[in-house]
Write a protein that binds this ligand. Structure first.
Ligand SMILES: Cc1ncc(COP(=O)(O)O)c(C=O)c1O
Length: 469
């Protein structure tokens, strides 16, 4: 008998949290239950998720950025159905299949002219692992420089470049001391490190996901100049901000720079099949795959798997057909315009930052005395609790899925699908207005949050919905 997905989902309906508690990560189940985020989602389409009660949720998380095209995109689905029905000779391994070649061709065509080679893998972290190895092989140097607040994944190499203490704790020793952290946006700090002449690569996100941090004007061209002067490779981690999210296909294009290595993952395969791609200059591959003996010196079993290739090719096609990058830029402007009046209206809302459709809604201490007292009372319970108190009613009252941008940071991060439009912007702005009005009145928000969260959890330390990328 064949496995019947629909039947399994029907027969075991409602057991999801118990199974996770018993067999997977019980702490994740606990966080979600405490926040009241425990749902049984049954369908995802476009910008929306649907649960078993028939409720619809606006998904402004888009699977941490994978659903650029929205969920269940029909063209990507159709291509995948077709690929499965064709019984493709997948992963022959001792073969050079056509589809990875076609995808590489399309990716190289979208990158700057120096990019000539592509390596495929399965996740964002794997692209970083590859970038570290490639940079070391290409330069003959060991040290990698990264930024504070950086997030490049959680495998051992990527973790060594992670700027968040909360992720590192308990997993040392890392590749340190062969890695060095510098403040994001601080060109002098980077110069001091590169001057030592032993740095293989500077790895950085063009816009940081953790906190939605944007570097000062002039930073990226200066980074490129420094890296070239000191023969350090410049690696742009475009895993989250690539693929149109910022209103350009690659985020680094905003500053006219040409990184030596570009990493991509998340949105590349439309959210259907894990995939990662590392785009590099020719010279880098020449040093890594330097002889016939080294033809497989860096590879991974599922790397060029045909379903990932098909999903990515179909995704890129849909990007062109639907003018996704330009839509992201336009909708980003709508968010900016829609949220600006709220910054004027609410003392606690300090800033809206980001680019295109990676948006940080930044909260901070209010100016008036009464509000300051309330703010301090909330923050005394736990650092950055205020932003969590906004995320929870956005979900419960308005059925909008958002996240706190990072541990201990009063920033809510929005990563809408790039197909979002005016309707979604208006809905979110209205919902945020409602929740913040409540916070300013000091009426129901704390109460609503308190009843949603178990009192004991509050005492132990409130979990945040940011625990992940
Ligand atoms: C910029 C960046 N790089 C790398 C990663 C790691 O990707 P993955 O979770 O697929 O390993 C992430 C994940 O969020 C990311 O945002």
């Amino acid at each position: 008998m064949t496995f019947d997905v629909a039947k399994a989902l029907r027969e075991r309906h409602g057991e999801n949290f118990q199974l996770h508690t018993d067999l997977l990560n019980p702490q994740l189940a606990r966080v979600l239950k405490t926040l009241g985020f425990d749902r049984f989602y049954v369908r995802g389409e476009g910008c929306y998720l649907y649960d078993d009660r028939g409720d619809r949720y606006l998904d402004l998380l888009s699977g941490f950025g994978v659903y650029a095209l929205g969920r269940s995109h029909p063209a990507v689905k159709a291509a995948l159905h077709q690929a499965i029905d064709l019984d493709l000779p997948n992963m022959v391994q001792l073969d050079c299949a056509l589809l990875p070649g076609l995808l590489a061709e399309r990716l190289v065509a979208r990158a700057h002219p120096g990019i000539r080679r592509v390596f495929f893998c399965n996740s964002g972290a794997e692209t970083i692992e590859a970038a570290i190895k490639f940079a070391r092989a290409a330069t003959g140097r060991a040290r990698i420089v990264f930024c504070d607040h950086a997030f490049h994944g959680l495998t051992n190499g990527a973790l060594s470049l992670n700027g968040g203490k909360e992720f590192r704790k308990g997993f040392d020793p890392y590749l340190l001391p062969a890695t060095t952290e510098v403040p994001f946006g601080d060109i002098d700090a980077l110069a001091r490190e590169l001057r030592k002449g032993d740095v293989a690569a500077f790895v950085a996100e063009p816009i940081q996901g953790k906190g939605v941090n944007v570097a000062p004007d002039g930073y990226w061209p200066a980074v490129q100049e420094l890296c070239r002067r000191h023969k350090t490779l410049f690696v742009a981690d475009e895993v989250q901000v690539g693929m149109g999210r910022t209103g350009k296909f690659f985020a680094h294009e905003h500053w006219g720079v040409e990184p030596d290595i570009i990493t991509m993952s998340k949105a590349l395969s439309g959210g259907f099949v894990p995939v990662g791609a590392v785009l590099t200059r020719d010279e880098i591959f020449e040093r890594v795959y330097s002889s016939i003996d080294r033809a497989m010196v860096h590879s991974t079993t599922f790397g060029r798997n045909q379903l990932a290739m098909v999903a990515a090719l179909a995704t890129l096609q849909a990007f062109d057909d639907e003018d996704i990058v330009e839509r992201a830029r336009h909708t980003g402007e709508l968010f900016e315009k829609g949220l600006a009046p709220l910054v004027e209206k609410y003392e606690m809302l300090h800033q809206v930052r980001g680019k295109g459709l990676i948006i940080g809604v930044v909260f901070g201490k209010p100016t008036s005395r009464a509000l300051r007292v309330r703010w301090s009372a909330i923050e005394a319970v736990r650092n950055a609790l205020f932003s969590q108190m906004v995320v929870v009613p956005l979900f419960h009252r308005h059925r909008i899925l958002t996240q706190v941008a990072a541990d201990n940071l009063n920033v809510i991060k929005l990563l809408p699908p790039l197909i979002a439009g005016e309707e979604e912007v208006d809905y979110f702005v209205g919902a945020l207005d409602d929740v913040l009005a409540d916070a300013h009145r000091g009426s129901g928000l704390l109460l609503e949050f308190g009843t949603t969260m178990a009192r004991s959890a509050l005492r132990r330390g409130v979990p945040t919905a940011s625990a992940t990328p």
